[in-house]
Design a protein around this ligand. Structure first.
Ligand SMILES: Cc1cc2nc3c(=O)[nH]c(=O)nc-3n(C[C@H](O)[C@H](O)[C@H](O)COP(=O)(O)O)c2cc1C
Length: 194
């Protein structure tokens, strides 16, 4: 990229640039000492297969993290595209975050939302200071497929939907992502592992 197209790193420019990167959104939630606590987070990402680790970043100013980090287990729920209001609620006033929400609590206190696209049962593995956020590494103990179908997408401060019907096997009619593909095995790869 031509350096002349780069802008100075003021906060507005950074927020706009970071917002260009689309992500999913998760609920990070637990019941801690009988109190439901949690947030919405778009910074969730997978980290490691062996050992199984995931992460998210939490602002150092968070008023929720001091309690949430005490949870013996936390639930991560990947929000579905009809969870936009639930996402706003989970980012809103703390005392109303779980009002009317459909969820289940595991024996270990992880809170998992109904109709999520996937769910993870995790414990805090490590907290790494990173500027005005903490990167929270989470050890993964169990995964659920969730009963939601399409994920909620967060992009440029707004919610979007992602419909991957191009990957529905019933619709694979020789095209993947718009490109022509041959479904026939290539002659010279016979016997090779896929
Ligand atoms: C779509 C969306 C994504 C968010 N992602 C994060 C995140 O990754 N990390 C974070 O610290 N806060 C994130 N927030 C804000 C939190 O959900 C919450 O509002 C914030 O932590 C303030 O509440 P607290 O003081 O109770 O922590 C996000 C909010 C929204 C609406």
């Amino acid at each position: 990229m031509n350096a002349q197209t780069l802008s100075p790193l003021d906060q507005r420019t950074l927020r706009d640039a970071f917002g260009a990167f689309p992500s999913g959104v998760v609920a990070v939630a637990a019941s801690v000492r009988g109190q439901l606590t949690g947030i919405a987070a778009s910074s969730f990402t997978s980290v490691s297969i062996d050992p199984p680790l995931v992460s998210f970043s939490i602002a150092t100013t968070s008023s929720t993290w001091p309690l949430l980090r005490e949870a013996s287990h936390l639930g991560i729920s990947v929000l579905a595209d009809h969870h936009d209001d639930i996402c706003r609620q989970l980012a809103g006033p703390r005392e109303q975050r779980f009002d009317g929400l459909p969820f289940a609590v595991t024996e270990d206190g992880a809170v998992l939302l109904d109709e999520a696209v996937a769910t993870f049962d995790v414990t805090v593995h490590e907290e790494i200071e990173a500027g005005d956020h903490l990167i929270v590494l989470l050890a993964l103990h169990a995964v659920g497929t969730g009963d939601g179908e399409h994920p909620l997408v967060f992009h440029r401060s707004g919610f979007a939907k992602l419909h991957r019907d191009d990957l529905d096997p019933a619709r694979l009619d020789g095209r993947i992502n718009g490109a022509e593909v041959s479904r026939a095995p290539a002659a010279d790869t016979e016997g090779d592992a896929a």
